[in-house]
Design a protein around this ligand. Structure first.
Ligand code: MRU
Length: 386
């Protein structure tokens, strides 16, 4: 159900991150007036309209993930956590464990690549496993879902503090001239609960008085960069320039990029990185031009069971996302138009794998480490050994 539609005025320069129209927003939150409902920003309408959607069931939650009302690894995980809560309190037949089991399977089938989804489902099941009384178990699913969301925001804020130091070092080498950061897709606060992963170091640098400029890849075909990242940075008053997906290599050759900073949907214990399609090509160009390529992630995005990135399932979405384009029509409504001749065949691979050897480092809530198994497991011995 769509609850609120506000037209967003541009531009809105704010000094404190994660605000829309001067008001702090998370991307997901329990409804203040009805604890059996969860609210999200429906991102399909951004940057033109702020639409708040209310989720009332695990089925609606799975559809919101699948159809990308919410997207981005951290937010998908948090949404799945709240979806498990909605499954637990549903009036469907069966015990609460059966409902959690069914709900978990439904949620996990909604999008395959981001590891945060299955991680959140498993965490709810594990942390509620010892609770036998049904009412208590329902409350516990809510508590754990809220903890997942709070932790996501906190980890992103913390990794931002670590990543800021990389930007500071480049800024010092450049005598304080703006640091040019290239990013792909949206690994901003809209991809998490708050702060974002790739954007958190940028916000922290800005707060520390370090001058930054961001090159934003438009990120075909869903255009997360054009629609979300450019808008998000604009809201924060961060200097940014939208570029086509193919421009990055040229800018690197011209020494107009100081660093590439991206997020990830799943990173293996050996440091192979799954991220939005096209990330691999940016990593290759960065390597060829000797430009640092960093990946920012909270620990919930590691897949501790996998070493080989080529085994990560890659989502394939409808070809219509390529053959059609949507944007704001002259009537003020979101419109979709046909780009290609009818019947054009299109293959829509949503993610690719950047091998660890192309990654300069991983920025996490515990610090920055090299993209290899030894360094990653040394930073997270408690998680890696489970
Ligand atoms: O398809 P999406 O929008 O859910 O994919 C998200 C990404 O790939 C982001 O770029 C991001 O880096 C990973 S989510 C933090």
């Amino acid at each position: 159900m769509l609850m609120t539609v506000n037209t967003i005025n541009h531009p809105l320069p704010y000094s404190i991150p994660m605000k829309i129209n001067g008001q702090h927003h998370r991307t997901i939150w329990p409804d203040d007036n009805d604890p059996t409902k969860i609210q999200i920003i429906d991102q399909r309408h951004l940057p033109h309209h702020l639409v708040i959607e209310t989720l009332s069931s695990v089925q609606e939650t799975a559809a919101a993930i699948r159809d990308m009302h919410v997207r981005g690894a951290g937010l998908i995980g948090s949404t799945a956590g709240f979806g498990m809560y909605l499954a637990a309190i549903s009036s469907e037949n069966g015990t609460i464990d059966e409902k959690l089991d069914r709900g978990g399977r439904l949620l996990c089938a909604s999008r395959p690549t981001a590891s945060n989804l299955a991680w959140a489902v498993k965490r709810i099941q594990k942390e509620t496993a010892g609770v036998s009384r049904e009412e208590e178990k329902k409350k516990m699913t809510f508590t754990v879902a809220c903890a997942i969301a709070d932790e996501d925001a906190d980890y992103c804020r913390r990794l931002g503090e670590h990543g800021k130091e990389l930007i500071r070092a480049i800024s010092e080498q450049k005598g304080g001239a703006p640091v040019n950061i290239l990013t792909h897709c949206n690994a901003g606060w809209l991809a998490f609960v708050d702060w974002g992963s790739a954007t958190a170091p940028i916000y922290a640098a800005r707060d520390a008085g370090i001058a930054v400029h961001v090159w934003v890849d438009e990120t075909r075909p869903w255009n997360q960069g054009a629609k979300l990242t450019a808008w998000e940075l604009q809201q924060e008053g961060i200097d940014n320039t939208l570029i086509t997906d193919n421009a990055g290599g040229h800018l690197m050759q011209k020494r107009l990029v100081d660093m590439v900073l991206v997020g990830t949907d799943r990173t293996t214990r050996s440091g192979d990185v799954a991220n939005k399609i096209g990330t691999y090509l940016k990593a290759l160009a960065a390597k060829d031009n000797n430009i640092p390529f960093y990946v920012a992630l909270p620990s919930s995005t590691f897949d501790w069971a996998l070493r080989d990135g080529m085994k990560i399932p890659i989502e394939e979405r409808s070809g219509e996302e390529i053959t059609q384009v949507s944007g704001l029509g002259l009537n003020g409504q979101i419109e979709t138009v046909q780009l290609t001749a009818p019947g054009t065949a299109a293959a829509n691979y949503s993610f690719d794998i950047t091998p660890a050897r192309l990654v300069s480092g991983l920025i996490t809530e515990r610090g920055i480490c090299n993209a290899n198994e030894e360094a990653i497991t040394a930073l997270f011995p408690d998680l890696a050994d489970r």
